[in-house]
Design a binder for this molecule. Structure first.
Ligand code: B12
Length: 210
């Protein structure tokens, strides 16, 4: 097995310390950060996403793999910037106002980052104005998370705030979280919905035409 294949396998297994060690080894051996990212990390996360969709891996496995990837990304990030790898687009990710659930949102952010998007993570309990500001700063996609039926309506407030600011044409809006669905996305005028982190990546790619 090549070092890149070993990195891929260790991410799928969620073995963060092994991933970190092997990424360092690969960089020292002169492997390009882009190859490590694409053939090691992103390929592994795609596989984890497939295993999740097939019902073989579950949320804990996805989270552990995502964390391993995040650790590796911290090492790769300066090398990627140095090599001038351009992000596909900026995505502002946040959990809407009143809602403190952040595990799903983080997972979506990590999967998107691992797939080549630049992430502006606005955190939890995010008021509509902050999303508007992110669009002003160049977010081509706004990804909204809500886990509570009581905070779902705040997604609509974000769509409205972006519209009122005259920025609706500059960004695409995607929503997700356990209580929401495609019908709700249509109802509030969002551009898309995805039920989980791996389909979120597919949907965001589709929305920006990547
Ligand atoms: C962990 C948890 C908490 C933790 C959150 C910790 C944290 N750091 O996030 C704590 C303890 C703080 C918490 C608090 C509360 N919680 Co809570 N919580 C949960 C629990 C058990 C798991 C949520 C989770 O992390 N799931 C794992 C992640 C990976 O899944 P996910 O969030 O659904 O995300 C996936 C998809 O939805 C999607 N996705 C998510 N976001 C986005 C965004 C986009 C753009 C896209 C495309 C996709 C996407 O992709 C993700 C990955 O696949 C759920 C139960 C459940 N089964 O969901 C209850 C649950 C959500 N909580 C609930 C409640 C009631 C509360 C409280 C009100 C409890 C209370 N009385 O205090 C408070 C509210 C606090 C607040 N203001 O937000 C209810 C909500 C009921 C409802 N219908 O509204 C639930 C459903 C439990 C229940 N069955 O009653 N909670």
């Amino acid at each position: 097995m090549s070092l890149i294949e070993e990195i891929r396998e260790a991410v799928i297994q969620g073995q963060a310390p092994v991933v970190v060690e092997k990424v360092k080894q690969a960089l020292e051996a002169g492997e390009s950060a882009e190859v490590i990212l694409n053939q090691g990390l992103i390929s592994a996360m795609q596989r984890v996403g497939e295993l999740f969709e097939e019902g073989i891996a579950f949320v804990p496995e996805m989270l552990i793999a995502a964390r391993a990837m995040d650790k590796a990304l911290q090492i790769l990030r300066p090398h990627l910037i140095e090599q001038g790898v351009q992000p596909i687009a900026k995505v502002a990710v946040g959990t809407v106002k009143g809602d403190l659930h952040d595990i799903g949102k983080k997972l979506v952010a990590m999967m998107l980052e691992g797939s080549g998007f630049e992430i502006m993570d606005l955190g939890i309990d995010v008021p509509p104005e902050k999303f508007v500001e992110a669009v002003r700063q160049g977010a081509k996609v706004v990804a909204l998370s809500a886990l509570l039926t009581t905070t779902m309506p705040n997604m609509k407030h974000v769509v409205e705030a972006i519209q009122q600011a005259g920025l609706r044409g500059q960004t695409r809006i995607i929503i997700g979280g356990a209580p929401v669905n495609q019908a709700y996305a249509d109802q509030i005028g969002a551009d898309g919905y995805a039920p989980d982190a791996s389909s979120a990546v597919r949907k965001v790619r589709e929305l920006v035409g990547a």
